[in-house]
Every structure is written in structure tokens, then in C-alpha cells.
Design a protein around this ligand. Structure first.
Ligand code: AMP
Ligand code: GLY
Length: 437
């Protein structure tokens, strides 16, 4: 098979790495990819590596032409933007096979208003919320929550469209910023205001074929830049799986009240969702509640999931497209996995690029460890930083504590000027004594 992966981050490196292990794949391209992806050999043809091609993930006019030229059998989409732009519909119109939700199904992520209304219509537990296009009524609603709320731009806003307020003044400021100052442009023509939910936040992933949804094990991201969940929100500074503080009862609630109701809602509304549904969940004292839906793999959740997954990923994607997921069992290594993101100094603010990265070869020698690249380029024989998140240093082991030690042992081997990473990834899990699920 010939496969094309779209995207360039740590998530896409993990996808390419796992796909490259499939016996089915004889050639693989990644658009645009990164320097780590370009090093991945194909298990079925070890003399060949994944080829990175200089076409942007959002270059919708060019991508189908490339897929036709290379006779690609399957295209796999990593990021949210091309999905929201309708890349799946476009490929399908041209008779090209592509894995990911179509534009209508991707609205779970690309429109927070749609997602909120869907949850309310289908009884999926979420925050109390209202939808507004007018600042005055929005402020009245925020005041009814005493200003403790999340103010969310409806559309995609590079992950920056959610403003958290703790009092009325902050809520009013957030509403003005989106609806009046139009900081997020058209993406902020409408907003959702949710009550502020307290609890532990976790990530869920479910693979869907339009009729069946198969839940992955649990994972947790670390969104703040600094230890102890301090500092600014980022794309994600590290992750681990499984999450040990979920009871079987909570998991049953997640299956029945969230996943099943979501599937039934999709059937009722004629939404054909084929891909990954990634709900962000708050474990509140009243049970699990959905904060948001994403319609793609999480980054850096993918790095810990795919280092635990035993199945051939191509076969799973094919089952999504064929509608045969009900016949597939997801198989996971009975191990834990931890990913520590190494970022450029200053991230998520401004940061310098083109810093030489040392120690990658030493880290690659370590067992049960994989360094996924996110923002890297290769110049001659040197890997250089080229983005905010640079590497996702991932290790797996029988226990979470061992996996964490191994991931940090690999981090210690790697260096670049200004490297910034959290030292407490999986810390909450290790502090909790309950049983793993
Ligand atoms: P979202 O993009 O909707 O997931 O929002 C980004 C982040 O904001 C989430 O990962 C949460 O940490 C936080 N957040 C969003 N909605 C709420 C809420 N209703 N209550 C508390 N925190 C929230
Ligand atoms: N883990 C955060 C995200 O993928 O949006």
C-alpha cells in the first residue's frame, strides 16, 4: 500500500512511526512532515524511509493532485484545520480514499456552538451553557454564573479561543474581546459561555466507523507551560496513559452517558463520523462532563497511545472506512506510557529557532523509548529546532513510575539552547493510589 500522512507535529510523527510498522505499507509520504518523520524506515521495506513532501497540511488545492500522482491508497489526516476545511469531502469527491471525519462530522470540533447544542439535544453531560452573538445578553448570562465561566469562540482559533474568567469583570472583558474587538475574527462571531467546572481533566479517544465507537484507554495531557499547572496554556507539555484515578463506575458512565448517547445522536442527525472522537472530560463531583469535543487525535496523547497499541494501525483505519470496527478488538500493551514534551525557551510566547539539538543518538539507544519530533528540521547532519514544541520524549514500561523515569532519563540525554520541559508529567497519577483502568 501507498500511504500519505498529512501534518507535521509530534502527533503525525507518532502516526507515521506506527503506520511504518505495518506489513501492508510499501511506500509512505508525509505532507509536510518534519525531520524525525523523514528518518522513519518502513518495516515492510527497510531500505525505504518515509518521504516528506513540501506541501502544507492546509494546502487543499495541492494535496489531492499529489495523492493522485503517487497513486496513494490511503491518506491519513492528523490536524483539525484541514478536516474543518473539508479535506475529506474533497478527496472523496475525487475518488481518493482518506481517513478522517468529513466536514459535517468535523463540526464537533470546528463549531463549539454546534457541539454544545448537540450535547444538550442528546442528553450528554456537559457544563451549563448559553450561546450568544450579542455582548449584552452574554454578559447577563455570565453574571448569572458570577463570572466563573469559560468564554469560547465558536470556530477554530489556533487553540487560543477559550478564555477562562473567575469574576464578572474578567468575564465581561473576555466577552468584549471576542464579540466586540473580534480578536478571533469570524471564528468569534458567536460564543459559547460555559459554567466553570471543577475537577480533574482527562482525555478520551474513541475510534469510530459511523456506527461503532471503540474507546481507547484513558490518558491525561498537561496543558499549562510550567510545573504544578502554572503558566500559560500550551498545545500540551506532556501526557501519560493510563490514568489511574478513574473508577470502573466512572468509566461505565463515560460509555453509557457520553459515548453511547453521542453515537445515537449522530445516527439521529445523520452524521457519519469516521475517525477519532477526542472528548475533553472534566471529572466533576457530579460525574464526568464533556468540556469540548475534538475530531482528531490529541497531541501529545497520540504519542502515549500509539506506543501502547498492539494492532496494525492501517487495519484499524481500514475498518473505520469499511464500517467493520465491530469485528475488531483494540489490543493494548499492559504497560504505561509517558511523553515529556521538550519545548523552545519562551514557548508558548515567542521563542528562538534553529538551535542545534544534541543527544538524539544517545537517547535512541535507550530501550522502550522513542523520541518523536514535532518542531525540527535537518540541515546537513544536524537536527535544529524549528517550532514551539520540539520533541515528545516517550517511554513505556510495566509501571507508570518506571515509564516516567525512563522518559526523563531520555530527556536528560538531549540538549538544545533554552530547552524547556515540565518535570512533573504523570505526577498527579503517581500521587493517586487508586487502581489503574
Ligand atoms: P477547550 O478548548 O474547550 O477544551 O478549552 C481549553 C481548556 O480550557 C480545557 O482544556 C480546560 O482546561 C479549560 N476549560 C474549558 N472549558 C471549561 C469549563 N467549562 N470549566 C473549566 N475549565 C474549562
Ligand atoms: N492535547 C491537546 C490537543 O491535542 O488539543
Amino acid at each position: 500500500m501507498r500511504v500519505l500522512v498529512i501534518g507535521s507535529g509530534g502527533r503525525e510523527h507518532a502516526l507515521a512511526w506506527k503506520l511504518a510498522q505495518s506489513q501492508h505499507i510499501k511506500e509512505m509520504w508525509c505532507a509536510p512532515g518534519n525531520a524525525g518523520i523523514a528518518e522513519e524506515p518502513l518495516t515492510a521495506r527497510p531500505s525505504r524511509k518515509v518521504e516528506c513532501v513540501n506541501i502544507g497540511a492546509e494546502d487543499l488545492p495541492k494535496l489531492p493532485g499529489f495523492a493522485r500522482e503517487k497513486k496513494i491508497d490511503l491518506t491519513v489526516v492528523g490536524p483539525d484545520n484541514p478536516l474543518a476545511l473539508g479535506i475529506v469531502d474533497l478527496f472523496q469527491q475525487e475518488g481518493l480514499r482518506i481517513w478522517g471525519p468529513n466536514r459535517q462530522a468535523a463540526r464537533f470540533e470546528s463549531s463549539k456552538v454546534f457541539a454544545q447544542q448537540f450535547m444538550e439535544a442528546h442528553g450528554i453531560p456537559t457544563a451549563r451553557a448559553g450561546t450568544f452573538s450579542d455582548a449584552r445578553t452574554a454578559k447577563t448570562f455570565a453574571a448569572s454564573l458570577e463570572g466563573r465561566c469559560a468564554v469560547k469562540a465558536d470556530g477554530l482559533a489556533l487553540g487560543k479561543g477559550v478564555l477562562i474568567a473567575t469574576n464578572v469583570a474578567e468575564a465581561n472583558q473576555a466577552i468584549d474581546e471576542i464579540l466586540v474587538n473580534k480578536t478571533f475574527g469570524l471564528a468569534g462571531a458567536n460564543i459559547v459561555i460555559q459554567e466553570f467546572l471543577e475537577g480533574m481533566e482527562i482525555s478520551l479517544h474513541a475510534l469510530c466507523d459511523g456506527k461503532t465507537a471503540k474507546l481507547f484507554p484513558t490518558s491525561q495531557d498537561h496543558k499549562r507551560a510550567l510545573d504544578g499547572d502554572q503558566g500559560l496554556n500550551t498545545g500540551g507539555m506532556g501526557s501519560y496513559s493510563p490514568v489511574p484515578f478513574l473508577t470502573e463506575t466512572t468509566l461505565d458512565q463515560i460509555r453509557d452517558r457520553i459515548l453511547l448517547r453521542w453515537l445515537n445522536g449522530c445516527a439521529a442527525e445523520g452524521i457519519d463520523f469516521r475517525g477519532i472522537l477526542y472528548p475533553g472530560i472534566m471529572l466533576t463531583k457530579d460525574g464526568p462532563k464533556v468540556l469540548e469535543f475534538n475530531a482528531r487525535f490529541g497531541d501529545p496523547e497520540t504519542q502515549v497511545y500509539l506506543t501502547r497499541l498492539e494492532n496494525d494501525l492501517v487495519e484499524l483505519f481500514e475498518a473505520c472506512l469499511e464500517g467493520t470496527l465491530d469485528r475488531v478488538e483494540l489490543e493494548w500493551r499492559a504497560s504505561s506510557s509517558v511523553c515529556v514534551v521538550m519545548a523552545s525557551g519562551g514557548y508558548p510566547g515567542s521563542y528562538a529557532k534553529a538551535k542545534a539539538i544534541g543527544g538524539l543518538e544517545a537517547a535512541a539507544q535507550l530501550p522502550n523509548t522513542k523520541v518523536f519530533h514535532a518542531g525540527t528540521v535537518r540541515v546537513a547532519n544536524q537536527f535544529l529546532t524549528s517550532g514551539g514544541r520540539v520533541l515528545g520524549v516517550t517511554a513505556w514500561a510495566p509501571s507508570l513510575a518506571q515509564a516516567r523515569n525512563s522518559a526523563y532519563a531520555a530527556v536528560e540525554k538531549i540538549e538544545f539552547d533554552g530547552a524547556q520541559f515540565r518535570r512533573d508529567i504523570a505526577g498527579k497519577a503517581l500521587a493517586s493510589a487508586s487502581e489503574s483502568v
